[in-house]
Design a protein around this ligand. Structure first.
Ligand SMILES: Nc1nc2c(ncn2[C@@H]2O[C@H](COP(=O)(O)OP(=O)(O)OP(=O)(O)O)[C@@H](O)[C@H]2O)c(=O)[nH]1
Ligand SMILES: Nc1nc2c(ncn2[C@@H]2O[C@H](COP(=O)(O)OP(=O)(O)OP(=O)(O)O)[C@@H](O)[C@H]2O)c(=O)[nH]1
Ligand SMILES: [Mg+2]
Ligand SMILES: [Mg+2]
Lengths: 291, 278
């Protein structure tokens, strides 16, 4: 791991006497490699390592008896600072509050929608799930099935209506039925598919969500930055849900997305089951990214 | 990008960034650029265009050694196991593969072996209707092996030469789920002793360095023969395939580039490398 690699670097350099700025540069190369291996975006790593280097040189690393530990400590602190604190769901405004889920194909939106519904009901809310994906075969069936499993109502109109119409009708239904939170499950889409991004904008415009959450796969690589930037530009994200965290991907994408959009990480998806949604802890995620 | 006449530090920075952002992996990216730098010092490369060309050639060569016999060219009866982590595109690709192979003269059957996820069977059945392919399904929650057996047996009885088995997504970290996969080949052989079995790992092109671990684990569990790289129609470049091929000898067989039935094609390593540099 990083501590071991830094320890061997510094012990090799130590033998020459006091540590120099050049030695810190050598250590920074290791930090860079480690973060890149963790899927943190190349440019995000550049800026991040520059900050770590500055702190390492300005701080106690050069004089420290345990420089490797010092550097790791700085890296960990900087990761935690960048990841930010967990943020709760914002459900303000006139009920029903709207949560819109968006993201690439297969990232876990439909499953996450059900997880959110369960969580909200436990918090004494009256959620309504909305099946706004009319494209993927049996997507509506998938959400309807999940809703039944959890005994949460699902608004659907099959695949014959357009998603914006379904959402508008769902909101009307939610008001009539006194639901307090509406969760919109949208179709997976590419950030470079203009028509689909326009549809997302349209749905956002008519439903005015208090939360627009990007649902992103923890194993996403370098492209996470581009995806997040485009989604953020199109529909002003308010949060991130990182899914499939129960795998062994280091999750550097979370750092990249956070750095590039500034949106807080709200939840982590940690299993396929409806209760597989956890609040995010910056300390734990930093540890994981560090490897 | 490389139209400047002078090869300087910024050329190397740009090349490193390009390779890194394609998910080729840091050690591979740095090693490739380092090698190109040496060639420049040794005077064999002089301009940015030459450096880029040298890199391209090296990448093309590193994938060129793969020449898998694709499904359409395989003789006899086939059972194709579609495996991979959650959401990678297995079900959609199973449908695409069915249509693709039928256009090339094979007769196919789909096996809905994901008996776990909500509406997974429904999803494959819709695709079955759209492609005019029979779908053998079990009950929600039934055993994966039972569906595989029934499907391979049914294909043999109906005179169909290809069974495409869509399995449930599973993270390679879940040992019980990976163990479940390991019995697939044995079950298929029981249903048809003469069936040729191919296991394909459906890998999402947006996946980062974790792809290598995924491939390793699926190779151990079900002896994956090759990769189907999906979602290349996005902006991710799928550079992880270099590590997967070089370290595990797993070549790319096909590429998925969209959500339509026709968005499947054999892997073209030259086009793939050219796309990396765009
Ligand atoms: N292990 C694990 N699997 C998950 C998690 N979240 C979702 N999944 C699985 O990932 C796969 C895709 O989930 P979906 O909810 O269908 O993803 P989606 O974003 O709605 O997909 P599209 O609508 O096609 O874009 C399914 O197999 C889910 O069970 C998670 O946190 N952990
Ligand atoms: N853009 C794009 N989307 C794709 C491609 N292949 C599959 N998809 C989409 O990815 C999403 C997930 O596809 P599925 O076929 O359900 O994936 P899966 O691996 O079967 O998912 P699980 O069974 O839940 O593990 C769907 O929205 C598909 O339409 C592709 O090549 N390009
Ligand atoms: Mg969905
Ligand atoms: Mg599937």
């Amino acid at each position: 791991n990083l501590t071991d690699r830094l320890t061997s670097i510094f012990s090799g350099l130590r033998s020459k006497g006091a540590l120099t700025e050049q030695d810190v540069e050598e250590a920074m190369r290791e930090v860079r490699m480690s973060l890149l291996e963790a899927d943190v975006n190349f440019r995000v790593v550049k800026d991040f390592v520059a900050r770590v280097k500055e702190r390492s040189i300005g701080g106690d690393v050069l004089q420290s008896l345990t420089p490797a530990q010092q550097v790791v400590k700085i890296v960990h602190e900087e990761l935690v600072a960048l990841l930010g604190d967990a943020a709760p769901l914002r459900l303000d405004g006139q009920p029903p509050a709207v949560i819109m889920l968006a993201g690439l194909q297969g990232s876990g939106k439909t499953t996450t929608a059900a997880k959110l519904a369960l969580l909200l009901r436990k918090q004494k809310q009256l959620p309504l799930l909305v099946a706004a994906d009319t494209y993927r075969p049996a997507a509506v069936d998938q959400l309807v099935y999940l809703g039944k499993q959890l005994d949460v109502p699902v608004y659907s109109e099959g695949t014959s209506s357009k998603p914006p119409v379904i959402v508008a009708n769902a909101l009307r239904e939610a008001r009539t039925a006194g639901r307090t939170v509406v969760i919109l499950d949208t179709a997976g889409r590419l950030h470079v598919d203009n028509a689909m991004m326009e549809e997302l904008r349209e749905i956002g415009a008519l439903s005015r969500p208090s939360e627009t959450l990007l649902v992103a796969d923890a194993m996403t690589g370098q492209d996470a930055v581009r995806v997040a930037e485009q989604f953020h530009e199109s529909v002003s994200l308010t949060g991130l849900i990182l899914t499939k965290v129960d795998g062994d991907a280091r999750g550097g994408a979370a750092l990249s997305i956070r750095q590039v959009t500034g949106v807080p990480i709200k939840f982590l998806g940690t299993s396929e089951k409806p209760d597989g949604l956890e609040t995010f802890h910056p300390d734990r995620l930093a540890q994981r990214i560090l490897g | 990008l490389f139209r400047r006449p002078v090869l300087d530090e910024s050329t190397w920075d740009e090349l490193t960034q390009l390779l890194m952002e394609s998910d080729i992996g840091p050690s591979r990216a740095f090693r490739l650029v380092e090698h190109a730098r040496e060639m420049v010092e040794g005077e064999t490369l002089k301009t940015p265009v030459e450096a880029e060309t040298a890199l391209r050639r090296q990448l093309v060569e590193s994938l060129g050694a793969a020449e898998p016999m694709l499904l359409e060219d395989q003789p006899g009866r086939l059972a194709v196991h579609m495996v991979g982590v959650n959401g990678s595109g297995k079900t959609t690709t199973s449908a695409k593969l069915s249509a693709y192979l039928r256009h090339r003269g094979r007769s196919t059957l789909l096996a809905a072996a994901d008996t776990f996820r909500a509406a997974a069977i429904d999803q494959l059945q819709v695709w079955g209707e759209r492609t005019g392919t029979d779908v053998i399904a079990g009950q929600q929650g039934s055993d994966l092996g039972a569906v595989v057996f029934d499907a391979v047996h049914a294909a043999r009885m109906r005179g169909l030469d290809t069974v495409i088995i869509d399995t449930a997504g599973r993270l390679h970290t879940k040992t019980n789920l990976m163990d479940e996969l390991s019995k697939l080949r044995r079950v298929a052989t029981k249903a048809d002793p003469d069936v040729t079995q191919v296991a394909l790992l459906v890998l999402d092109a947006t996946t980062g360095q974790n792809a290598l671990m995924q491939a390793k684990r699926f190779l151990e569990a079900v002896q994956v023969d090759g990769i189907i790289l999906t979602k290349l129609d996005g902006t991710a470049k799928g550079g992880v395939v270099f590590a997967v091929f070089e370290e595990l000898n797993l070549p790319i067989w096909y590429v998925g580039s969209g959500e339509k039935l026709t968005d499947l094609a054999p892997f073209d390593h030259l086009a793939f490398v050219n796309a990396l540099f765009r």
